[in-house]
Design a protein around this ligand. Structure first.
Ligand code: CP
Length: 301
C-alpha cells in the first residue's frame, strides 16, 4: 500500500476491500466502536482549512479510539492568520514530531506537502472539488453492508456533481468493480463534467434516472464553490431534483438512500431522510470505523 492516502487511486481493489473488511473489526456486536490502545506513541494532527463536522470529528474519534494523541489544529487561531503558508505550517508540525497529518484544504497542496515532508504520513480529508478518499471508502462500505457487493448495482448520483469531491472519489472507487450502471442526474449547469463520460450516463429527468435504482446518492448544492451566480429558483430546483417519497417510488423498493452531509433538505425531503431506505446516519457511523482502519494501516506502514 502507498505511504499516504492522497486519492482513492492510491488503493487497489484488494486494498479497498481489505480496508472495508478491517474496519468491520472496529465495531462490536452491539454496534459500538472498539477502543484499542494500539498507537499511544503516535501523534495525529487534524488540519482542517475548510469547515467540517463529520470528517474532522470522526478522524478525531477514530484516532482517540486507537490511543493516538490527537492535535486539533484551529486554523482561525493559528499563525496562518498572520500570513504563514500551509507549507510552513505543516513543516512546523512535522518538526514538533507529528506522525500523521489529516488535511482538508480548498487547494491541491497535499501532494507537494507529502513530497517535501517524507517523514510524515498524509491522509486527504477533502481537497477542493477534487477528492475525498475516506468518504468514498465509507460510502462503499455502507453499500456493501446493505447490498453485500457493489457488482451488478444500478447507482444514481443526483445533485451538484461538478463541485463534489465525494462524486469524483466515489466514481474512481467504484471503477474497480463491475457495477451495472452509474447514472448522473442534476441541473445541467451542475453536471457539466458528467454529461459525456465513458463511465456513466447523464439523465436530466430524475424520474427516468431513478428507474430501478439500487443505490441513490444525493448531494447538496455547494454554493461556496460556484464561480458565477446561477440565479436558481429553489422551488423549481426542488420540483425537478429534490428526492421526495413520490420520486423514490421509481427506484427499487429496497433501494438505499445516501448523502455525505451536511443535509439541508433542499436535495432530499425530511421524510425521505427519515425513511427506512435511508442509510445516511449509518454513513456517519461507518466514517469512524473506516477511519480507524485507515489510520491503523497508514500508521503501521
Ligand atoms: N461528508 C463530509 O465531508 O462532511 P463534513 O464536511 O461535515 O466533514
Amino acid at each position: 500500500m502507498a505511504k499516504n492516502l492522497l486519492s482513492i487511486n492510491d488503493l487497489t481493489k484488494k486494498d479497498i476491500l481489505d480496508l472495508i473488511a478491517f474496519s468491520n473489526n472496529f465495531i462490536d456486536e452491539d454496534g459500538n466502536f472498539r477502543k484499542e490502545d494500539l498507537f499511544p506513541d503516535k501523534i495525529v494532527a487534524n488540519v482542517f482549512c475548510e469547515p467540517s463536522t463529520r470528517t474532522k470529528m470522526s478522524f478525531a474519534v477514530a484516532a482517540g479510539n486507537l490511543g493516538c494523541n490527537v492535535l486539533d489544529f484551529d486554523v482561525d487561531t493559528s499563525s496562518v492568520q498572520k500570513g504563514e503558508s500551509i507549507f510552513e505550517t505543516i513543516d512546523a508540525l512535522n518538526l514538533m514530531g507529528v506522525d500523521l497529518c489529516v488535511l482538508r484544504h480548498p487547494e491541491s497542496v497535499i501532494r507537494d506537502l507529502a513530497e517535501h515532508l517524507p517523514k510524515m504520513v498524509f491522509i486527504n480529508a477533502g481537497e477542493g472539488s477534487i477528492s475525498h478518499p475516506t468518504q468514498a471508502l465509507l460510502d462503499m462500505k455502507t453499500i456493501i453492508d446493505h447490498k453485500s457487493d457493489l457488482d451488478g448495482l444500478k447507482i444514481v448520483i443526483v445533485g451538484d456533481l461538478d463541485h463534489s469531491r465525494v462524486t469524483s472519489s466515489f466514481v474512481e472507487g467504484v471503477s474497480n468493480f463491475d457495477i451495472d450502471s452509474l447514472v448522473f442526474c442534476g441541473h445541467p449547469e451542475m453536471c457539466q463534467k458528467y454529461q459525456n463520460t465513458d463511465f456513466g450516463i447523464y439523465e436530466p429527468d430524475i424520474d427516468k434516472a431513478l428507474k430501478d435504482a439500487d443505490v441513490i446518492m444525493t448531494l447538496r448544492i455547494q454554493y461556496e464553490r460556484f464561480e458565477k451566480d446561477l440565479n436558481l429558483d429553489l422551488d423549481s430546483y426542488k420540483s425537478a431534483y429534490q428526492l421526495s417519497s413520490e420520486k423514490l417510488g421509481y427506484a427499487k423498493g429496497d433501494a438505499i438512500i445516501m448523502h455525505p452531509g451536511p443535509v439541508n433538505y433542499v436535495e432530499i425531503t425530511e421524510s425521505v431522510y427519515d425513511s427506512e431506505n435511508s442509510v445516511i446516519r449509518q454513513q456517519i457511523a461507518n466514517g469512524v470505523a473506516v477511519r480507524m482502519a485507515v489510520l491503523s494501516r497508514f500508521l503501521s506502514s
